[in-house]
Write a protein that binds this ligand. Structure first.
Ligand SMILES: [Zn+2]
Length: 134
């Protein structure tokens, strides 16, 4: 549903950072599904090259859908509380979405660190039978 982090790699041809159309997986999952080395086309220059799973880096997804949904929800609750004359509680209704967002962001950062620390051995070249093609 929400793409917590993006999987990126540096294109060997144009050197630009390109995104993988692949989400919320670990490097081990990628190796299981795509193989230790897999081919992918750069989103900038469209040149298809082979990459090792370790070449993939997780970065935060700068997509604020989740934050916006929380903010709208907070404002809605605050408005209802305000209409009901419970002004004090409306401060909480803003505070709770902020707290949820901070927890979410913290978890995302942990997931990114986990992904990037999971370095797989270079000497292995596993290729699954039903290799998924990106
Ligand atoms: Zn490229």
């Amino acid at each position: 549903m929400f793409k917590d982090y993006l999987l990126t790699y540096k294109c060997q041809a144009c050197k630009k950072t390109s995104k993988l159309n692949y989400f919320n997986v670990s490097r081990s999952d990628m190796e299981n599904e795509l193989g230790t080395n897999f081919q992918v086309s750069c989103e900038h220059c469209a040149i298809r090259k082979s990459y090792h799973v370790n070449d993939i880096t997780a970065i935060p997804n700068r997509n604020y859908t989740f934050l916006i949904i929380l903010a709208i929800l907070g404002l809605l609750v605050a408005a209802i509380m305000f209409l009901l004359g419970k002004g004090v509680i409306s401060t909480f209704s803003i505070g709770i979405p902020i707290a949820i967002y901070l927890i979410y962001r913290n978890n995302t950062e942990k997931a990114i660190t986990r992904f990037n620390r999971n370095v797989l051995p270079r000497d292995r070249d596993y290729q699954p039978k039903n290799k998924k093609i990106l």
